[in-house]
Design a binder for this molecule. Structure first.
Ligand code: PLP
Length: 275
């Protein structure tokens, strides 16, 4: 692991790095991005930086300096020969009083790179009993307030799945804790709209651009009629789902396979050389 914090590479990435009063640490007042790097080249970095900026604006943080973030990404990736790395960019409100009110501390910017394992060829998902609040103050923002996701994912893992899928308050299919969901009904590829409260996943957006699909909100039970399902995310790319709770699914189904092929054809065009 290689870590860059507020302008410098840490000698010990596991050692102390931020103030004990950092508002990201104490109350989850921060935003983040996870970016994949293939042999040292970040994938779709521009789109991730745009989303970092819009999450920060949505949370009311000052705008991150995206040139600085880009430089930090270059620094943590320098000399890394791993086939895949996960870059984690975290931007918080910085040192603050210990309650929910913000201080006027300088924001904290942390960029870390660590090796990432290749995603499994397929996976199981489990529905969780808790909804995503599509009307909540943080809906659609990628904030560090991910405690709900931690509980949901643990619930799914205890049931042999690697991802938890949730409905929203309206009872519509929403997303996974770290992925967007695509499914096929009557031969048509569908995915929830952004109004469902799901994150505007970079992978989701590229699948829609490169392969297609209809954005629609439907009751979560629609998956009972699905002939195929896949997850889309930075760490999974297009990953076929082999079982949703007790429903077994073919992997990869024909639509999923075609979406994967479209992905592999275009993927390299989104890799950036940071020099
Ligand atoms: C809640 C949530 N939904 C969807 C995604 C997928 O987004 P992306 O494709 O940008 O990784 C993520 C990413 O981690 C996420 O945290």
């Amino acid at each position: 692991m290689r870590a860059w914090v507020n302008g410098r590479i840490l000698d010990d990435p596991e050692g102390p790095a931020v103030a004990v009063s950092d508002h990201g640490l104490t109350v989850g007042d921060g935003v983040f991005e996870a970016v994949k790097a293939v042999r040292g080249r970040p994938f779709a970095l521009g789109r991730h930086l745009e989303r970092l900026a819009s999450s920060a604006a949505g949370l009311g943080l000052s705008a991150p300096n995206l040139d600085e973030v880009r430089r930090a990404v270059g620094e943590v990736l320098r000399g890394r020969s791993d086939p895949l790395n996960r870059i984690r960019i975290t931007y918080t409100a910085g040192p603050a009083p210990l309650g929910s009110g913000r201080g006027d501390g300088r924001p904290t910017l942390i960029v870390v790179a660590a090796p990432l394992a290749e995603a499994a060829e397929s996976t199981r998902v489990s529905t969780v009993p808790w909804p995503r609040n599509e009307r909540g103050a943080l809906a659609g923002l990628k904030t560090t307030s991910y405690g709900e996701n931690v509980v949901m994912l643990a619930h799914a893992k205890a049931r042999g799945a690697t991802e938890a899928v949730m409905a929203n308050i309206a009872g519509h299919l929403c997303e996974g804790t770290g992925s967007n969901v695509f499914y096929v009904v009557d031969g048509e590829l569908r995915t929830p709209t952004l109004k469902s409260g799901c994150l505007a996943g970079v992978t989701r957006g590229l699948v829609l651009e490169w392969y297609g699909g209809r954005e629609v909100d439907e009751p979560i039970d629609v998956v009972r009629q699905a002939s195929e399902v896949f997850l889309a995310s930075t760490t999974r790319d297009v990953q076929p789902v082999s079982a949703w709770d007790d429903v077994e699914l073919p992997v990869p189904g024909p639509t999923t396979k075609a979406a994967q092929e479209a992905w592999h054809e275009r993927e390299a065009t989104m890799l950036e050389d940071l020099g």
